[in-house]
Structures are given as structure tokens and as C-alpha cells.
Write a protein that binds this ligand. Sequence first.
Ligand code: TXA
Ligand code: MG
Length: 326
Amino acid sequence: MNYKNVFSANSVNYTLAAKYLRQGKLVSFPTETVYGLGADACNGEAVATIFATKNRPNFNPLIVHVPDLETAENYVFLDETSRRLAEKFWPGPFTLVLPRKEDCPLSPLVSAGLDTVAIRVPRHHMARELLQTFGGAIAAPSANKSGRVSPTTAEHVAREFTPEEVPLILDGGPCEEGLESTIVQVSGQEVLLLRPGTVTPREIELVAGLPVRLVKNADNPVAPGQLKSHYAPRARLRLNATHAEPGEALLAFGRAVPKDGVITRNLSPNGSLTEAAASLFSLMRELDELGIARIAVMPIPMQGLGLAINDRLERAAAPRPDEEEA
Ligand code: TXA
Ligand code: MG
């Protein structure tokens, strides 16, 4: 294999990979399921770069990888059942959706603005070594462009991304399983299976002592009506606004912002789409928490990450399910 961004497993390369992650760059690494496209999960702009690099036209929440259960507890709250499942299936191809802790330092973009995080401890020795060396949490979807199949070799990843996009791919040979992890969420007296994988419903039931229910298309919310798995602001949004009308707050973008005393939050004063993506969910939340009822949103260019930002804003501006008949 002759790709300039494919690196073998040795301590020098783990150190380099961890350094790139700290710099906000993307690193691809093998797991037992598929190759991941990783970024520092606490760095919003790095996480935004994942979406830009995958050409994702929307923001799906991502899976956060941690070295062990103890580290997971820095970020999320584990109920008793989830803890039993984690103790049984971690490390391994098993992801738990759990509530974020109050002071959770993970970027809101990894959760697509939700109050929950999908988190797992991978079993692959290279993923584990990288997590140990980095010493933090790594957000990583499968390392493929949007709409393509998940990669199971370093060469698949190298064919998909240039060294400018992904400067380092750790080569661990072919993945053992080749199928993405099982995703579950404990909810009351049942376990919701959000994505089937190699950990089976029967195995989960035995450990949880609760029935497992498959939730169809949970990992693919397509229509605005399926907003449940996304953060929907309470405030009403008016898009492509040049200024705020009376009673509206302004969600601005870029330098040319009207200075007329209205409550204003700027997605990116420099007009950076990466910065705007990183701040989108936290600013929508901030305006909600101020009790703002209506938000005027300035235009966001329809290019690169602008597609995903506009997709999210259009969903937020669409009629709410309880209003649709009106
Ligand atoms: O096997 C795997 O899990 C691979 C390797 C790289 O670890 N990763 C992976 O990540 O498949 P990703 O980001 O492509 O999977 C994300 C899926 C989304 O489709 C989403 O539906 C679900 O996980 N998800 C993430 N966060 C969620 C949340 N807070 N609530 C519900 N579902 C969530
Ligand atoms: Mg994928």
C-alpha cells in the first residue's frame, strides 16, 4: 500500500495521532467494527470538521469513544441497568445512549444538541492505545464519505480521503466484525434497540433483565416530523432575515450585523462555517434559556457545512407536529 497518510502501529505514530487530535485535526483508526473518522470530542470545530469532511448534508449525533467506563462517567450518567450492560459488553461493539452530565465538556455538536450522548469503549487494541495516548474522548463515525459503505481496511479510508483531509490513518488491517456497533438506550422498563449489531437482543435481555424493543429507523431521522432524536428549540425561527423585527432575537452570521440593541448571538463573527456549526446548538439553547419566543436567523451560505446548518435550521423552522393541522 502506498498512501502517504497510512501509518503503522508504533508508539511514535500513536503520539503523532494524539497530537493531531489535540490540534483539532482528524485521525482515522481501526475498531473491531469499522474504521472510524475521529476528532477530539470536546473540540466543537474539530467535530464540525468531521461533518464537512464526510460531506454530510445534516448533523447526526456521533458516537463518542472512551478508553474505559470510568472515563465515560466523566461525561454521562449511568443508571443501574446501563451500568450492568456496560460492565458486560465493554470493551466491545456496543454503544449506550446516556444522559449528558450537567457539566459535560463534550461539544454539543456530538449530540446534535440532544441531552444524551452515544458512547462506547472499543475493544480493538489500536483504538484503545490511541485513546490511552490521547487521554480524552474521540468522536468518530465510520470513515467514509456520506452515502458510501463503511470502511473495513485502512486502504478503504485512504482511497476516500486525501492527506489534507485526514493526515493520519492508523493501519490495523481488516476489521474483525465489519458491522457497526449495536446501539441501545435504557428507557423505563425496557431497552430500546436503536441500531442492531453483533451484540444480540437476547444477550442484552439476559443482562438487563428487561425486554428489548427494536426502534425502526432510529438512526436515520429523515423528515422534519421525526424531530424526536434532535434538539428542537422552543423558539420559532424566521430564516434568511436581514434584521430582527420587534420581539425577535437575532441569530447572526458574519461581520455585517445590524447594531440595534436587540438580543444578538453570532454563529461566527468571522463568517466561518466550521465555527458556526460548532456553536449552532449551544446558541439555540442559550436563546431558549433566555426565554426568547422568536429568533430571526441571518442567511448562511449554502456551501460545505452550510448545507447541514441550513438543514438543521429548516427543521427547526418547520411547523411543529402539534401545529401541523392548523
Ligand atoms: O461501530 C461503530 O459504532 C462505529 C465505529 C467507528 O465505532 N461508529 C459509528 O458511529 O457507527 P456513527 O457516528 O456513524 O453512529 C452514529 C449513530 C447515529 O446514526 C445515531 O443514530 C446514533 O448513533 N446516535 C448517536 N448519538 C445518539 C443519541 N444521542 N441518541 C440516539 N442515537 C444516537
Ligand atoms: Mg456510517
